[in-house]
Design a protein around this ligand. Structure first.
Ligand code: AP5
Length: 217
């Protein structure tokens, strides 16, 4: 299956992709994760992306679209299906993605809109923690690690993302409303949009999403 995950920051896109990628046998591609890796490695791309990520703004369309094009064209696992998390994020990116996938003969099957209320989003983002080693996502209340500060899966250090602070979250929400939310109508117009209530707990969200994906095959 070829899936786009849509939804505000903190809706649970990365969490859902993490639990479903093996079940569905698809490649999980997160532009946020790729950009943070580049930033950590201090590559030219990471240096360019830094100011956008730290302020909660968007990295320019052409930069992220090139990343996605390379990944979907060169990673042979993409042929078996993929789940895009954090891309597209503007209507231009959605159009670019359609062009890339048309050429590859791999159109999107389903765009899943993960609807979440503001209270949920704020509680999730301020409580989120991530493993520096394997990227596993935790939450200090909803999904804590067994041992404080240590990843259950790889033993890596658990940290708080630099953009998960109140000021940056406010800007990310504004950017989402202004630039990303219009993509919902874009996929509605293509009859590919499905919705899930992302306020529910992660087990319920996973089951609802699986039912939707199984019905879209
Ligand atoms: P990115 O990393 O994509 O951030 P985001 O879209 O803001 O999404 P998040 O990662 O914050 O949230 P999520 O929905 O994945 O939630 P999660 O599963 O972690 O992008 C970061 C930056 O990179 C952007 O600001 C931008 O600068 C740049 N960028 C990336 N892509 C770009 C693009 N295409 N164009 C331009 N710029 C781009 O869950 C959140 C928390 O909630 C976790 O703690 C989790 O444990 C918990 N949780 C999740 N689901 C549940 C549940 N159902 N119940 C209880 N708790 C839950």
């Amino acid at each position: 299956m070829r899936i786009v995950l849509l939804g505000p920051p903190g809706a649970g896109k990365g969490t859902l992709a993490g639990v479903l990628k093996d079940t569905l046998g698809v490649l999980h591609v997160s532009t946020g994760d790729i950009l943070r890796e580049e930033l950590k490695a201090n590559t030219p791309l990471g240096q360019e992306a830094k100011k956008f990520i730290e302020s909660g703004g968007l990295v320019p369309d052409e930069v992220v679209t090139k990343l996605i094009k390379n990944k979907l064209t060169n990673d042979s696992r993409a042929k078996d299906g993929f789940m895009l998390d954090g891309y597209p994020r503007t209507v231009n990116q959605a159009k670019d993605l359609d062009n890339i996938l048309d050429k590859l003969g791999m159109p999107i099957d389903c765009a899943l809109y993960m609807e979440a209320t503001l209270g949920t989003i704020l509680a999730r983002l301020t409580g989120r923690r991530v493993c520096r080693g394997c990227g596993k996502i935790y939450h200090i209340v909803n999904m804590p690690s067994k041992k404080d500060g240590v990843c259950d899966s790889c033993g890596g250090e658990i940290y708080q993302r630099a953009d998960d602070n109140e000021e940056t979250i406010k800007n990310r929400m504004k950017v989402y409303t202004d630039s990303t939310a219009p993509i919902i109508s874009f996929y509605e117009g293509q009859n590919k949009l499905k919705k899930v209530n992302a306020d529910k707990d992660s087990q319920e969200v996973k089951e609802d999403a699986l039912n939707i994906f199984n019905g879209s095959r």
